[in-house]
Design a binder for this molecule. Structure first.
Ligand code: NCD
Length: 336
């Protein structure tokens, strides 16, 4: 992770994320997001030094929906901070299959763990979870709604590629209706400003109105909605591809008809700027040909690494554990 993260002047209390639940990144101020970016970069450069910072702390991962990266990323983040992990993956083995409510599960788990990461197929589940207990609850994806820690990974990747997260033209392509990662990312970038969003989707999978309203309400961000990726790819600084979210479709035929609408391959990349970054939250299905992986513009495996580092930054912050050598309230390790 590289380069200029704007120096942040925060008072001690503004730094304080201790005990904070994160359901959306609106729960974290813009200066605190910059602080997390700086902290993640420090962690990246000082993994041995931080490896015992959260000794004795326990993360519970409550994953009611499939996941590879996000769950393993949270778990690795905690292990790399010296803490421990409990949890379940797949609701079928948990008491929810007996009819237990989210609130009751959380009230139970809060006796065991210091921080919770929860993924659930229902929008709003993480909010319910966070209201049920006093320990920090981090939303690891709630239905088609939000995925704030993926956004932290995305921001870190944009920052490392462009040394900024503003003044960019960003294409978001694919399933903009159900793709929660793009909703979170737009919500957050709107707070930093000066982003032009190019929303590329079939008409059946357009961005929800509440996200468009968010862009309209921002001072300096704009959007256009298009259907043709090749017509706009040359204008983009970053292209964020998404998977068509099969599990959120009501009808298999619609999914089959729409899933291969956009496939980014080497031929399409020829039309793009040489510096364009290709992001994808993963998993991919068909939407990025594997031949793109070896192109220097492919940034999606960097995103994975950045996700772990940002989760380390976030969890250490909400747990209130100190990272040896990290200057909480000054900018001395910010490199120009
Ligand atoms: C995304 C998700 O779960 O929303 N994956 C992830 O967390 N990295 C994207 C997806 O599943 O398509």
């Amino acid at each position: 992770m590289a380069d200029k993260i704007p120096p942040v002047q925060l008072s001690k209390s503004q730094f304080n994320l201790v005990g904070r639940s994160v359901v959306t990144l609106d729960d974290v101020s813009a200066p605190q997001i910059s602080y997390l970016l700086r902290k993640a970069r420090y962690i990246s450069d000082h993994l041995p030094e931080v490896s015992q910072a959260a000794a004795g702390k326990i993360l519970a991962t409550l994953f009611y929906e499939p996941s590879t990266r996000t769950r393993l990323s949270f778990e690795t983040a905690m292990l790399r901070l010296g803490g421990h992990v409990i949890g379940f993956a797949g609701a079928q083995n948990a008491s929810v299959s007996k009819g237990e409510s989210i609130a009751d599960t959380l009230k139970t788990v809060a006796n065991y763990a210091d921080v919770v990461a929860i993924r659930h197929p229902k929008e709003g589940a993480a909010l319910v979870a966070s209201k049920s207990v006093d320990i920090p609850v981090i939303n690891a994806g709630d239905g088609g709604h939000m995925h704030p820690t993926q956004t932290l990974a995305d921001l870190a990747t944009l920052q490392s590629r462009f040394s900024r997260i503003t003044d960019l033209t960003i294409g978001l392509c694919g399933d903009l209706t159900f793709g929660r990662t793009v909703h979170s990312l737009i919500e957050t970038l709107c707070r930093f400003g000066n982003v032009k969003f190019v929303l590329i989707s079939p008409k059946e999978l357009k961005m929800p109105q509440y996200v468009l309203d968010r862009i309209k309400a921002s001072q300096s961000c704009t959007y256009e909605e298009v259907t043709d990726l090749t017509a706009v790819i040359g204008d983009l600084d970053a292209l964020y591809m998404t998977r068509v979210q099969k599990e959120r479709f009501f009808n298999e035929d619609d999914y089959l008809r729409l899933r291969d609408t956009y496939i980014l391959d080497a031929a399409k990349l020829k039309l793009a700027k040489p510096t364009m970054a290709v992001l994808h939250p993963l998993p991919r299905v068909n939407e990025i040909a594997t031949e793109v992986d070896s192109d220097p513009r492919a940034a999606y495996f960097e995103q994975v690494k950045n996700g772990m580092l940002m989760r380390m930054a976030l969890m250490s912050s909400v747990l209130g554990v100190k990272l040896p050598g990290f200057a909480e309230d000054d900018t001395k390790e910010v490199r120009a």
